[in-house]
Design a protein around this ligand. Structure first.
Ligand code: NAP
Length: 249
């Protein structure tokens, strides 16, 4: 992997190793929410309902490094279900990368679901070492919320009829989860942009056209367009790995 912007710097045969990649994606201390997506040239974000068909070795490295740098992984229930999400465990590539960076080797996954759709028997619940967090709202079934709490899930009720993502980010920061990596999906990304809580988009652009799949955002237009400032571009095998700082309006 090589750096195109800022730079380009000197490129040696080995390219950016994991430590250099972590440095390239590091953010300053303090609260920060970044969103990571991989998209095809036509904007498609999945092939046959999953993002894996768009990936590459480089994309998977960036995915792991972003997870390694985060206090928690934030994800909509739709994506957690479609992609078969598992907890971040110590004995995994991400866990080892986290340890190598001097971080706690596990990290919680935070599932956002208005309906509290997570099942107590889900592997995100049963296999987690850092307890999985569910962000939901008061309208979600109280009995189901209680069952999830009994199963070890940290249930955060943020909002009455809908999830208040601003309140959710505050509640997570109060629990020491200040630097969040949001892995989508489109519904959650749209809502997070609308709530003004997204600081950064890390968009991997795959050199292929896929069609037939929705893009990074839901069908509804955002209340206010959000502009991005390009701060970094890396490249490998025709994939572009971009970092945009976002600001509303
Ligand atoms: N290319 C990529 O990088 C990438 C990344 C992520 C996802 N994807 C793809 O996107 C697809 C999934 O799309 P999706 O729109 O269903 O994903 P999603 O945003 O992860 O899931 C939607 C569901 O999550 C919950 N949710 C999301 N935002 C919420 C909010 N603001 N408040 C309350 N609940 C919220 C709701 O769950 P409840 O119905 O339980 O209330 C909602 O039905 C999959 O095909 C996946 O592969 C691609």
């Amino acid at each position: 992997m090589r750096r195109l912007l800022p730079g380009p710097g000197p490129v040696d045969d080995a390219g950016l190793d994991d430590a250099a990649l972590a440095e390239a994606y590091r953010v300053p201390a303090g609260r920060h929410l970044r969103v990571n997506f991989v998209a095809a040239l036509d904007g498609a974000t999945s092939v046959a309902g999953r993002s894996g068909g768009l990936g590459s070795d480089g994309d998977r490295r960036v995915f792991r490094v972003l997870r390694a740098l985060a206090d928690a992984v934030l994800v909509g229930h739709g994506t957690a279900a479609a992609e078969g999400y598992r907890p971040v465990l110590a004995d995994s590539a991400v866990g080892r990368l986290r340890a190598g960076l001097g971080r706690v080797s596990t990290a919680p996954v935070v599932v956002v679901s208005r309906r509290a759709s997570l099942a107590p028997a889900d592997q995100l619940v049963t296999d987690a070492v850092s307890p999985t967090v569910l962000v939901t709202c008061a309208a979600a079934d109280a009995g189901h919320r209680a069952a999830l709490t009994d199963a070890g899930v940290q249930v955060l009720v943020c909002g009455d009829d809908d999830v208040d993502l601003g309140a959710a980010v505050d509640a997570l920061a109060e629990r020491g989860l200040s630097q969040l990596l949001c892995e989508g999906g489109p519904s959650l990304f749209s809502a997070a942009l609308g709530a003004g809580v997204v600081d950064e988009l890390d968009l991997s652009i795959a050199p292929l056209l896929a069609g037939g799949a929705p893009g990074m955002l839901g069908a509804d237009a955002l209340p206010v367009p959000v502009s991005g400032r390009l701060v970094q571009v890396l490249e490998e095998d025709g994939y572009l790995f971009t970092r945009y700082r976002l600001s509303a309006g």
